[in-house]
Design a binder for this molecule. Structure first.
Ligand code: S0N
Length: 292
């Protein structure tokens, strides 16, 4: 039973927060704290935290549970390390050992592209997601890192794409949003040359927010999370939707408009519409005014 393995060390360094284990998964560790912070970690260090369909399903479940817990405002997303050979990874992308002829095979042999579901969940989560990158963030792992709102990297972090080498590519957020973040030239370089970039280069190109010593990575993530949590949840969820709307087309607008609807429901004006319907009378919006 994985619950017996508590307390769980995800990254090196002294914990600066009390984690409560939350949920039982095979490939993922999920914890939360009474301070409003959750921690999601891919737990496949022997595979450099590469994801198989099960990993992605568990991550989707973990992020959905976080979305539904109104006490939680910030998520730290990371990968368990070090592996037995001393290697670290945030995530090395799709697990090539379960890659069939039509995608990554689940335990029933069905080929899946389910990492795209996870990308959308992280992107539209109305909370702040902070990537903590120790070691490799490669391939689909680099894209997952990119989709987090903020990114803190340990000095040993390495970023890169391998698609054109291993026969895959991410033409969605992995290309378009990467170009928004680092610019068209750099994004094309990253994908066409398949080079690896250290933390300093990543900082220079705007891929990450800050470089942190490995031993202090989680502590710094907690520090950033605590700062975010001092601020207005509504302002932050609307800002996240607004940042997404700038790049995500109608899906982004849907999110931003959804935040407006969310706020509108809480007004007397919207509630008058609902009440009038239920009371089978004409609504009276005269108290609302047509403000400038
Ligand atoms: C990460 C690298 C650079 C680390 O190198 P290092 O430290 O030298 O370690 P290794 O000895 O290479 O690895 C240690 C062990 O881990 C295994 N391993 C590492 N990465 C993977 C992986 N991705 N899949 C399976 N196993 C992995 C190694 O095999 C080794 O184990 P042993 O010793 O038992 O062999 C280096 O490991 C590396 O380059 N890894 C591969 C990176 C890669 O190419 N990833 C895949 C890229 N493609 C994707 O991510 C697909 C994206 C995707 O899923 C997608 C995108 C858009 C639309 C749809 C999809 C979709 O398909 O769903």
């Amino acid at each position: 039973n994985r619950f017996d393995r508590r307390p769980r060390q995800v990254l090196p360094g002294k914990p600066t927060i009390e984690w409560e284990p939350w949920g039982e998964y095979q490939d993922v560790l999920l914890d939360r704290s009474s301070e409003g912070i959750a921690r999601v970690a891919i737990d496949r260090p022997t595979k450099r935290n590469a994801f198989r369909p099960r990993t992605v399903m568990e991550l989707c479940d973990a992020f959905t549970r976080i979305r539904d817990d109104q006490r939680l405002g910030v998520v730290l997303f990371t990968g368990v390390g070090p592996a037995d050979d001393g290697g670290y990874a945030f995530c090395a992308g799709g697990d090539q050992s379960v890659r069939g002829d039509g995608g990554y095979l689940d335990e029933e042999g069905l080929p899946r592209l389910n990492v795209l579901d996870l990308q959308r969940i992280i992107r539209s989560l109305p909370k702040v997601v902070i990537a903590l990158v120790a070691g490799y963030a490669i391939g689909g792992g680099q894209v997952l890192h990119l989709l987090c709102d903020l990114s803190l990297a340990a000095e040993n972090a390495v970023f890169g794409q391998t698609g054109p080498k291993v026969g895959s590519f991410d033409g969605g957020f992995g290309a378009g949003y990467l170009a928004r973040v680092v610019g068209q030239r750099k994004a094309r370089e990253i994908w066409f040359l398949c080079r690896q970039y250290g933390a300093e280069e990543a900082l220079k190109m705007g891929l990450i927010n800050e470089i942190v010593p490995l031993d202090g990575l989680e502590a710094e993530g907690v520090r950033w999370a605590r700062e975010v949590l001092q601020h207005s949840p509504t302002a932050i969820r609307c800002l996240k939707a607004a940042f997404n709307a700038e790049t995500d087309g109608l899906a982004g607008l849907q999110e931003l408009a959804g935040q407006a609807t969310h706020l509108f429901y809480r007004t007397d004006e919207a509630q008058e519409g609902r009440n009038a319907f239920l009371q089978k009378r004409r609504p009276d919006f005269s108290g609302s005014g047509w403000l400038p």
